[in-house]
Design a protein around this ligand. Structure first.
Ligand code: BGC
Length: 420
């Protein structure tokens, strides 16, 4: 055999070898946009990357830091406009519909039918994932937003009791502050302000009013005494936030609770990912409890990935493999153990999960029956993104001025009129 022919043969053999490296699959590169950059979040992303690599594909990380994802969404828009969308992007809630309407998403009919997604996902999850009846997004988890994370040692030192109502909160916070601790760990960023306000409003107004105001965007519910009371309660909470909170990242606020500098934080259960990454045990080193007044209610926030249409067959295959892998029980387990959330897929074995996750699972189920399962508007699950942005502005203006609760309530209604 000539040298040329044997060289040609080995080149072909190599090419075939790499194409069919894993179980005869095409090997593609998947570029994934996300905003998971904190300690607990980064550990979760590693699991996503690993599962993709076990399918023989390559992971191209596209992380855009910034809790709540506002920065990531801005970057995503400019990439799509310039004709270079990533393969997959962390997008959730009604924004999935907004992207669906742009006609740039892959319809995942094949993978979703083969994987029986309709049978495996609760309707409250699958409805959000579909555009015009087709799956265009795949869910990784369900986060509960209305949590309070508390340091029991700090509460003990201050002689304070874990609050279950906002009145009890004020009593406890006063004692904690007098004892020389920061009562509320917070970061002054619009999405964090909205996260706290959302829990306050749910605790003050209850799930029915919450739905009227933030889901139905009813003017009467928005500009109401209940909204005023919610803002007045937010003012009380604000009294117990330290002076250095401006622009502090959420995970640094969580660290203050972990380290015993602060007593509590009002944040979704991605905060638990930070406690887990710091090897802290729930019930012992920290307490997870519903935000005051919100026991039995559940503000849900479902993280999901939308997939952008691909031309290249290898990229298409890699994308489909990623979507299928996300729904596998092994992934849903390990990812959520790190992330602090619960699996999106129903019927999962929860044996390895801690008490907070078990409570979250049972509350998710019971609140869906009692009508107290509500979408988190602070995390993009309830309303068009433009309206959400306008509401964020009102809450943040309120936090940074001496605006009255009455004016704030009127501005919430006006925000919807202007953007709705
Ligand atoms: C996302 C979480 C993320 C958090 C903080 C939320 O909007 O749903 O996955 O951990 O923001 O960045």
């Amino acid at each position: 055999m000539s040298i040329q022919r044997s060289f040609a043969r080995s080149v072909v053999a190599c090419a075939v070898g790499s194409l069919f490296a894993v179980g005869g699959a095409l090997a593609g590169e998947v570029e994934v946009l996300h905003w998971w950059t904190s300690g607990g979040e980064a550990k979760s992303v590693v699991e996503l990357k690993k599962i993709l690599e076990t399918k023989g594909h390559k992971w191209k990380d596209f992380a855009v830091a910034g809790g709540g994802g506002e920065n990531a969404m801005t970057v995503l828009k400019s990439r799509v406009v310039s004709g270079k969308p990533p393969t997959a992007a962390q997008v959730k809630g009604p924004s999935i519909q907004e992207w669906g309407a742009e006609g740039v998403l892959t319809q995942m009919d094949g993978v979703s039918k083969a994987g029986n997604w309709d049978g495996l996902l609760p309707a409250v999850v699958s409805n959000v994932m579909k555009y015009q009846g087709h799956y265009v997004a795949v869910p990784v988890n369900v986060h509960r937003v209305n949590w309070m994370w508390a340091n029991p040692e700090v509460f003990k030192k201050a002689g304070a009791k874990i609050p279950t109502t906002w009145d009890e909160f004020a009593v406890a916070a006063e004692k904690i502050q007098k004892a020389g601790f920061v009562a509320v760990a917070h970061g002054g960023q619009p999405w964090q302000d909205a996260t706290v306000f959302e829990s306050v409003a749910l605790g003050v107004g209850g799930a029915d009013w919450f739905n009227k105001a933030f889901v139905k965007l009813d003017t009467g519910a928005l500009n109401s005494p209940t909204m005023e009371k919610s803002f007045a309660t937010l003012r009380t909470v604000q009294k117990y936030i330290d002076k250095d909170a401006a622009n502090r990242d959420w995970n640094l606020a969580t660290a203050m609770v972990i380290n015993g500098k602060a007593a509590m934080q009002f944040m979704g259960d991605w905060a638990k990912g930070e406690f887990t990454a710091a090897n802290k045990a729930p019930g012992k080193d920290y307490i997870c409890a519903p935000a005051p007044g919100t026991a039995g209610a559940f503000t849900f926030n479902i993280d999901s990935f939308i997939m952008f249409e691909q031309k290249d067959p290898e990229a298409k295959k890699a994308q489909a493999d990623l979507a299928a892998a996300i729904m596998e029980p092994q992934f849903q387990e390990v990812f959520n153990l790190n992330k602090g959330s619960i699996p999106a897929r129903s019927g999962m074995d929860m044996a390895k999960f801690d008490q907070c996750a078990k409570d979250s699972t049972s509350e998710f189920q019971s609140s869906s029956k009692s009508g107290k399962l509500v979408p988190s508007w602070a995390h993009g699950m309830a309303m068009p993104s433009a309206v959400q942005g306008a509401m964020f502005d009102v809450v943040t203006q309120f936090m940074n001025s001496n605006m009255s609760p009455k004016d704030a309530a009127a501005k919430m209604a006006a925000a919807v009129k202007a953007k709705g």
